[in-house]
Design a protein around this ligand. Sequence first.
Ligand code: EPZ
Length: 421
Amino acid sequence: MPTVLRIQGGRPLKGTIEISGAKNSALPLMVASLLTDKPLTLTNVPDLADIRTITQLLEMLGVTAQVEGNIRTLNAAHITSTTAPYDLVKTMRASVLVLGPLVARYGLAKVSLPGGCALGARAVDVHLEGLQAMGATCELEEGYIIARAPKGLHGAHFTMRVVSVGATENLMMAASIAKGQTVLRNVAREPEIIDLANCLNAMGANVQGAGTDTITIEGVPLLNGATHKVIPDRLETGSYAIAALITEGDLTLTNTSLEYLPMVRETLEKAGAIFEDHKDGFRIYRNGPIHGVDVMTEPYPGFATDLQAPFMALMGICEGASMITETIFENRFMHVPELSRMGANIQVHGASAMIRGVKHLSGAPVMATDIRASIGLVLAGLAAHGDTSISRLYHLDRGYENLEAKLQACGAVVERCKIDG
Ligand code: EPZ
């Protein structure tokens, strides 16, 4: 029987929400276990579908995984396979991150092409070009990338054609045990990149420059084990910050920091948000209308594409209008027709959406289409007059740990229900 999330809207959220560890940091950190034959222990790991998927993939490769609450210990001392199969990779694009570590350590990796996804083509050409620059050969056979480097990888100077988070992570990990120095230019600057570099260095790597547009790596033969805490999830943080605003509530978010959301803070303040910094997080509320603010998504430290859908939900009830331009993915407006079903006034023109605020949204049955679209619909449902039911919850479960419990603790009436037919 399908399950939907049912929300009774119109209640201001008031209270405290503890933010979980960052999914998009935990994923590459777990893959980094392939670079050593010693145990890697990660703490503050969120319990999400994507984390379970990458654990399953690593175990298929021969990694042992111990799970105790939000602590995961991974050990790649006895790798038994270097193949990441299609039926797993197709469910989560981040699986491609095993390519670099496997070919760097074992000289061979067979990873299914991720295939397109709802967001668009999601190419991996930059990943492959970088590995080829380090001496790997990459062939495409029956939908699989086969990367070979029988003599191991060597350092290289490589400039990325496009700023890519995944390619930066893949190549950083590969270069950490390549022979010699690698200089990567035009790299991603996300906090998750810095977190991965810090973990690799704790494992004995020599990675400098993470957080800037150039990263320099001096290769070492093999990494050691380490214990590393995953940074807070800035996308969960931004989503719940918007939840406070869209419901005219008052939330304190803990185990997080506004430092990970420079442009988002500035944008939400323009929209009417009031922030109060706390030692391990911040308080957010408003005491006036939501103003329309134009936004263009950009690589970090610009406005995160993963907060575009939640922000659009907020702009749906703004006083005035907002133009949102999506520059990272070619098809990241699938939440528009769903928000429109709830009464939002949104016109899409190519890569831009013009939102004209309405007095209030109205509850309706809607469908999630990707992780971040799903949270946008949750936020809209929390603010809407009436009941909203959201289907295809597997998207939501990929990115938001204990969502119902966190919202219920702040006054939301939200529950998961099975529906017939
Ligand atoms: C990461 O995806 C995140 N996923 C995404 O979050 C996020 O939206 C994205 O970065 C952008 O910030 C994880 O970290 C697991 P990219 P990634 O490579 O690495 C093009 C979520 O909701 N490109 O930075 O796959 C690509 O098509 C997810 O948690 C190439 O053309 O994104 C896209 O247009 C969704 N060739 C742009 O670059 C390549 O070889 C940015 O993609 C690689 C990327």
